[in-house]
Design a protein around this ligand. Structure first.
Ligand code: SF4
Length: 388
């Protein structure tokens, strides 16, 4: 996440952060990065005209070309694509023949507006041809309009396939800032019980994942993503084991995420039950780390980030960056429905929206979407992770 206007006072700790953790961190952080702009801070908003309407657009703002060319290669038990809150479903739309023309038209309408690229949705690497064409369009745009950074979120499946080398080379040429690579446990069997890669996905195997991680790390900055949960990394002991494994793999960074808080808008279903029954609080895990003499002997607290629906705390640990992170979908939806633009998502139906619903908060494009192929709800992008 890019840093804007760091402030070195603990008084600015993220409002969403639980109070006990705030008390624990008070005066111990080097700075707090206020990523969410104050509504009254004109320097953090850009007025932008789209489709004959003026919008206030947050700075920084990320642009996501939502990846949904194919169903995901995994079926994570917590996947936000299978939550239900009654809205339209980005994950079930597939790009049509005019998709890239419309993507380029949307980018042209944003020309001059500073963006960052946040590449997510379903699994971007599952369809190499779509991914390569998407990167071409985004790179063309970056050649004529400011793009501050770019991040790809991936389960790694496509990198382990026959197109893997080509994708890695292309991402290097794209100047990706970093890749967030999901692996929720250091043991392949335990990880598979959580991620449920489909039959034939090589990345499910331990040796393949570790080899793919090594290949990626030689060419790109990689951050491992572990969503903490019962049955996976759930306490200090399993966290230390994960960090030991990550260290052996030469990882430079590990992100530890809590499931997003869902709020009352989400109906009960299998996914929400799984999330409720396996949730591990990240603030409790961080507090346990900070109370552990072995952990604190090798760690240094750095900064926190206050985002528009997430917060995080960053530490150094044995030369590795560790990020503890949490988010709240109720807050995210409030911001997306606020009449201001906090997020830009280009969907497979050709709509540019200020959120994850392809028919809500539409900024550009009114074409009817391709026919949905299932009735799942996709409230936001994959991997249950804050993708600013
Ligand atoms: S969380 Fe991500 S990797 Fe897992 S099933 Fe959902 S889209 Fe796929």
């Amino acid at each position: 996440m890019d840093a804007i206007a760091p402030s070195a006072t603990s008084a600015a700790l993220p409002p969403l952060m639980p109070a006990p953790l705030k008390r624990l961190l008070e005066s111990r952080l080097e700075s707090v990065i206020q990523r969410e702009p104050d509504r009254g801070d004109a320097s953090r908003w850009r007025q932008w005209r789209l489709d004959d309407r003026n919008w206030q657009v947050a700075q920084p703002v990320t642009f996501t070309p939502y990846a949904s060319a194919r169903p995901c290669s995994a079926r994570c038990r917590f996947c936000s694509e299978t939550l239900a809150d009654g809205g339209a479903h980005a994950a079930v739309l597939r790009p049509g023949a005019d998709y890239f023309d419309r993507l380029r038209a949307a980018l042209a309408a944003l020309c001059g507006l500073p963006l960052s690229y946040s590449l997510s949705g379903l699994e971007t690497t599952d369809d190499a041809a779509w991914m390569l064409a998407m990167l071409d369009a985004l790179q063309e745009h970056a050649g004529r309009s400011p793009v501050e950074n770019s991040v790809l979120y991936s389960n790694g499946a496509g990198f382990a396939g026959s197109a893997g080398g080509r994708l890695i080379e292309r991402l290097q040429g794209f100047r990706l800032n970093w890749l967030e690579l999901s692996r929720h446990h250091f043991d392949a069997g335990t990880n598979q019980a959580i991620m449920r890669f489909r039959d034939g996905q090589l990345i499910a195997a331990q040796a393949c994942f570790e080899d793919t991680l090594a290949q990626l790390s030689r060419r790109l900055a990689v951050k491992l993503v572990c969503i903490v949960q019962q049955g996976g990394v759930a306490d200090l002991t399993s966290l230390k084991a994960y960090l030991d494994w990550a260290t052996r793999q030469g990882a430079g960074a590990v992100i530890l995420r809590e499931f997003s808080q869902l709020g009352p808008a989400y109906r009960d279903n299998v996914t929400s039950h799984y999330i409720a029954s396996t949730r591990v609080a990240i603030d409790g895990l961080l507090a346990a780390c900070l109370a552990d003499p072995e952990f604190t002997a090798h760690s240094r607290l750095r900064h926190a980030t206050s985002g528009y629906y997430f917060w995080n705390v960053v530490l150094d640990f044995r030369g590795m960056e560790i990020i503890f992170e949490a988010s709240d979908y109720t807050r995210m939806h409030q911001r997306h429905d606020s009449g201001r633009v906090y997020k830009l998502v280009f969907h497979a139906n050709g709509n540019l929206c200020s959120g994850w619903d392809p028919r809500r908060n539409v900024l550009l494009g009114t074409e009817p979407a391709p026919t949905p192929i299932t009735l799942m709800r996709a409230p936001r992008s994959a991997d249950e992770s804050p993708r600013p």
